[in-house]
Every structure is written in structure tokens, then in C-alpha cells.
Design a binder for this molecule. Sequence first.
Ligand code: URA
Length: 217
Amino acid sequence: MTSAFPVDGLTLVQHPLVQHRLTRLRTRDTPPERFRAELRAVSLLLGAAALADLPLEDRTIATPVASMESAVLACAPPVVVPVLRAGLAMADGVLDLLPEASLAHLGLYRDPETLEAVEYYFKAPADLAERPVLLVDPMLATGHSAIAALDRLKAAGARDLRFLCLLAARPGAVAVRAAHPDVRIWTAALDPALDAKGYIVPGLGDAGDRAFGTDHD
Ligand code: URA
């Protein structure tokens, strides 16, 4: 049921382990502890795809046998920015991949009437302009939160911005790319629609509730 038509600037990560784990995440009966573990593992793989173009430079090192020129990252460590709270379950996976990354936090909630994003917390390193910045939020639904988050990060200085989500709804992905054409998106699937409450269809339900074992309100 995922959409076959691409969205410009959006990469569908079709690695078999991403797709296999996504099925477990979509499945209604997957319990929170398994949901968190699967999301963490998928996030590592999505992060690897999103950071595949990081620059390298050679450094002289000594192996136990000989000295050699070997590649190291030639950029400042990236900054991972989870949108609270569901993004936290993705941040752990990206940090598994890149323990030297900094972790910023952005608190947004969705106004239930307007579905607009309202900011309640923001803390990030001062040198965002110098570093690749990875926004992480599992569900790209209407795009309101992602657009607000990207606005906020740009206002704070971020220039190299990338957005990782587990699932994107086509209307939200199109809206984010229209508002921020310089920001590429990596996701495991592109679902076709949203329901009247702004949930992705077929989706996986409320990612925060499913990850943290809270009741849906
Ligand atoms: N947020 C979620 O957690 N799930 C959706 O389907 C949409 C937004």
C-alpha cells in the first residue's frame, strides 16, 4: 500500500533489514520494548544512509604491523536533534552509529485542533552552523512539526540539515520539501494518506505511545 511515486529530495531506504523491521514496527501487537529495539536498529541504518556523503581525509596511523594512510571523518561531529518525545527512540540508534555526535533537544507538541506545532523546549550546541545536523522524528505526517523544527534549527544557525523519519506521508513530505527545498529526507516508507486526525494511513499508530507504552489520548 506504500506509494510508488517518488518525492523529489526524499530517499526511500530499501535495505531488507529496514523493511523487515518496519513490518514489525507497523504490526499492532508489537510490544513497546520490541518497538523501541526495532526503531533503534532501523534508525542506525537510516542514519548510515543519510550520512553516506560525509567527507573523509587521510591520516597517518600505525597498525600493529606497519604505518599507513587511513581515512577519518573530515568534518565536525554531527548534531542529532530528536523532536520530543518520539524522536528520542530514534536518537539512540543514530548515537549507536555515531557516539561522538552531540544531542540537541527540541520539544514540540501538536495542537489537537489546528494540528500546528507549538514549541516548548529547545537546547542545542552554539556551533550548529559548523556541523551536519540530523533532525529525527519517526512520523512525518502533516509536516507541520518538521517544518517548525527546521525553521527553528535554521534560526539557530544550522546550514547542513538532513531529516530522518521512519515513515512519511506523501502530503507531509511534499509540504516539507516545499518549505525547505535544501533539506533532504530519508525514510523507510512513503504512505499515501492521512486520516482526519492527522494520523498516517496505514502507518503504525502513535509512535510515542507505542515506543513508551503510554495510552493514546
Ligand atoms: N504521529 C504519530 O505518532 N503517528 C502518526 O500517524 C502521525 C503523527
